[in-house]
Design a protein around this ligand. Structure first.
Ligand SMILES: Cc1cc2nc3c(=O)[nH]c(=O)nc-3n(C[C@H](O)[C@H](O)[C@H](O)COP(=O)(O)OP(=O)(O)OC[C@H]3O[C@@H](n4cnc5c(N)ncnc54)[C@H](O)[C@@H]3O)c2cc1C
Length: 287
């Protein structure tokens, strides 16, 4: 494992906000995972897992941590069981599996990696389909050892999983059982859902979703109803297309994004929960 120093994080998140990682490494093999955890412990710094960075922004200074990304992205199919390594890009997986008749179309338009999707149980809204519907088990490094966690142990709920509560868990791969359909039907559905996303969501320098739904009410609706759609702080504003996404106007800072979130949070009495990860210089989270 090659540990690099002073690595820019800006290009590693879709919102393009962030300073540098004091230490950074790509983890290609399971031994790298163990070595990374050892390095972080020996240097008394946090280990921060990063996937595609579509739900993460970093502070603008130096992040005093070891930031790591899984580099393994193999997909293997054994009968009806599909095993996917964590770094696999989710949109690519959806398209590739469609050709084999595996239907992951409900997740069309969700950016990032499979590891990130499992961690946050990515998917549709509170009443829709989430990735746990198709998960059989997750292979991960937790509390110093490798484990295969069965779905029931993962405590999946809407945008929740046990991984959010564990100390630096590293998801290595996931076993999925995916419904089968005619490939042409799947491809048509992916196309339809992509167009719907393009019409209703931003696709430039954005990260999201910023807030979780409250009960069955989507966050964008609460933001809209409270008249907060115009919220802006210097280089960050709320998307005109979808009120649950922040947009970087080009010169946005971490502080701008934090200010927008705070303004929205203060203006909504229902109490919003921040879903996006705001990583501060000391490696802890802003919200
Ligand atoms: C335009 C747009 C549309 C979106 N639409 C949706 C949507 O419809 N539904 C939805 O659920 N989300 C949506 N999102 C949010 C985002 O795409 C998902 O949350 C995605 O699953 C995050 O994956 P990532 O790899 O980018 O994670 P990152 O932002 O890199 O990380 C997110 C969290 O996952 C953890 N993580 C990542 N990989 C691993 C791993 N291997 N092991 C352990 N922990 C890991 C990180 O530590 C972090 O806490 C959208 C985002 C954008 C920008």
């Amino acid at each position: 494992m090659d540990i690099q120093e002073n690595v820019s994080l800006k290009g590693k998140t879709t919102m393009r906000i962030g300073g540098t990682a004091k230490y950074y490494a790509d983890l290609s093999a399971k031994e790298d995972v163990e070595a990374a955890i050892k390095f972080a412990k020996e240097n008394s710094i946090p280990l921060i897992m990063l996937g595609g960075g579509s739900n993460t922004i970093f502070a603008d200074g130096e992040i005093n941590a070891l930031v790591v990304r899984i580099a393994a992205s193999e997909v293997s199919i054994d009968g009806s069981l599909v095993t996917v390594e964590a770094a696999k890009n989710l949109p690519m997986l959806i398209n590739e599996l469609a050709a084999d008749g595996f239907d992951l179309s409900p997740f069309t338009g969700i950016l990032g990696t499979v590891g990130g999707a499992v961690f946050g149980n990515a998917g549709q809204g509170p009443k829709g389909i989430w990735i746990d519907s198709f998960i059989e088990s997750v292979e991960c490094f937790v509390d110093g050892s490798w484990k295969t966690m069965e779905k029931q142990e993962c405590a999946f709920e809407y945008r929740e999983s046990v991984f959010k509560k564990l100390n630096s868990p590293i998801i290595w791969s996931v076993n999925l059982t995916i419904p089968k359909k005619d490939p042409e039907e799947i491809t048509a559905e992916i196309g339809r859902l992509l167009q719907q996303r393009l019409d209703t969501q931003p696709h430039v320098k954005t990260a999201g979703s910023c807030f979780k739904a409250v009960g069955d009410t989507p966050a964008w609706q609460l933001i809209d109803t409270a008249g907060l759609r115009e919220t802006k702080s210097n280089g960050v504003h709320i998307s005109e297309k979808h009120a649950n996404f922040l947009i970087n106007d080009g010169d946005a800072t971490f502080e701008d994004a934090v200010n927008v979130v705070k303004t929205i949070d203060e203006g909504i009495s229902e109490g919003l929960e921040v879903e996006m990860r705001f990583v501060k210089e000391d490696g802890t989270l802003e919200f």
